[in-house]
Design a protein around this ligand. Structure first.
Ligand code: KG4
Ligand code: ZN
Length: 360
């Protein structure tokens, strides 16, 4: 059976809706970004995010249905991101999806945002040259975004079939890209700017130490790398354009190498032959190039989703929801939003992350 699902996403700073089939066909994919709204503050302001989701969600959902040529009652299910994310932002999507489901009688399924990212490469879109191996389970998936960085063993599309092999003990990789850009006065979000400037820089100019590189562990730590960059920047107040590009290139080389080295180590230790990289940071050109090179050198299959599937979108949420729906899973008006993922965390948070959580 093929199911068509309306996906709704509002976990952070994108309001998105999409209509996707359980086979991965994308009938529509609408994303309203709040980047301009948060840019003056150098990061996402939760209250502003919630208010903007409230304004945008209705029109974005209507647009997604219109582009797919479907009425709400013509979809088989409504999938909504219910975790993890900013609680006020999540609530907008969840309450709206509950209302739509109640009014239309269309079944509701809640989706974990991280599972959406991990399944995004199944969406049928423009393939990425050199990274378009037909995907099947099991695989080793690196999810690197603004809020999360972890490697998973993915044996199937449902939560109990996905196991964390190692995660960051503190900052997420995307958060580190954003902080480095902020330190260099490059604006927000930082990932795309660092990526662009790194192309003109010398990656060997500053020997940043790769965090946790020597350990056998599959865990990451990015707060120390951020501190290394901060200290270098503070001790070099006179910076010309070339120096800024060199900092970007040196930082990016260090961060992307550690991400790919650990993904390969994870695949080796689990005996997996297929690699996936996904999440906003998977849009990074050097990360993609390193993944392609490493997979080729080791004879491993690699699937990297196109850019539109890497950064936050509702197509991946609709797809993940469709898999729950065809497996017979359903939610109802009791569905709750949560800031925590449904995937159990195996990595302990380091002191930096614990302090930050306590300060909230
Ligand atoms: O997956 P995503 O859109 O949202 C979250 O779920 O967090 O990821 C956003 C993150 C931001 O930190 C952004 O700076 C980073 O992805 N990012 C990149 C690139 N494009 C986006 N990082 C490195 N290189 C890029 N090209
Ligand atoms: Zn995301």
């Amino acid at each position: 059976m093929v199911a068509w699902v309306l996906g709704v996403e509002s976990s952070c700073d994108e309001t998105a809706a999409a209509v996707v089939s359980s086979d991965g066909d994308v009938a529509s994919d609408v994303v309203h970004s709040q980047v301009k709204l948060h840019a003056p503050y150098g990061g996402v302001v939760p209250e502003l995010a919630s208010r903007d989701h409230l304004r945008a969600a209705g029109p974005v959902i209507r647009e997604a249905l219109a582009r797919a040529g479907k009425d709400l009652r013509e979809v088989d299910a409504i999938a909504v991101t219910c975790r993890p994310g900013l609680i006020g932002a999540l609530l907008v999507g969840v309450q709206l999806a509950k209302g739509l489901s109640f009014a239309s009688g269309v079944p509701l399924v809640g989706v974990d945002h991280l599972i959406g990212h991990l399944l995004a490469p199944f969406l049928r879109r423009e393939p990425v040259p050199g990274a378009d191996a037909p995907l099947s389970f099991p695989y080793a998936g690196l999810l690197a975004s603004g809020g999360h960085t972890a490697i998973y063993r993915v044996d199937g599309p449902l939560a109990p079939q996905i196991r964390e092999l190692g995660a960051t003990r503190d900052d997420a990789a995307g958060e580190c890209f954003d902080k480095v850009a902020k330190l260099l006065g490059l604006g927000y979000p930082g990932g795309p700017v660092v990526d662009r400037l790194a192309k003109q820089g010398d990656p060997t100019r500053i020997p940043f130490v790769r965090p946790m590189a020597q350990r056998k562990s599959l865990e990451f730590s990015f707060s120390g790398l951020k501190t290394q960059v901060a200290e270098w920047v503070a001790s070099h107040p006179e910076r010309d354009e070339q120096t800024v590009a060199d900092v970007c290139a040196s930082f990016q080389a260090t961060a992307t190498r550690v991400l790919i080295d650990k993904l390969i180590a994870a695949a080796d230790s689990e005996g997996l032959h297929h690699l996936v990289i996904t999440g906003g940071v998977a849009a990074n050109r050097e990360l993609r190039a390193r993944a392609i090179e490493a997979a080729k050198a080791r004879g491993l299959a690699l699937t990297v989703p196109p850019l539109a599937s890497c950064t936050d979108n509702a197509a991946m949420i609709a797809y993940a929801g469709a898999q729950r729906f065809i497996a017979g899973e359903r939610d109802d008006g009791r569905l709750l939003a949560s800031s925590q993922s449904v995937l159990p965390r195996r990595t302990h948070r380091g002191p930096a992350a614990t302090r930050r959580l306590e300060a909230r």
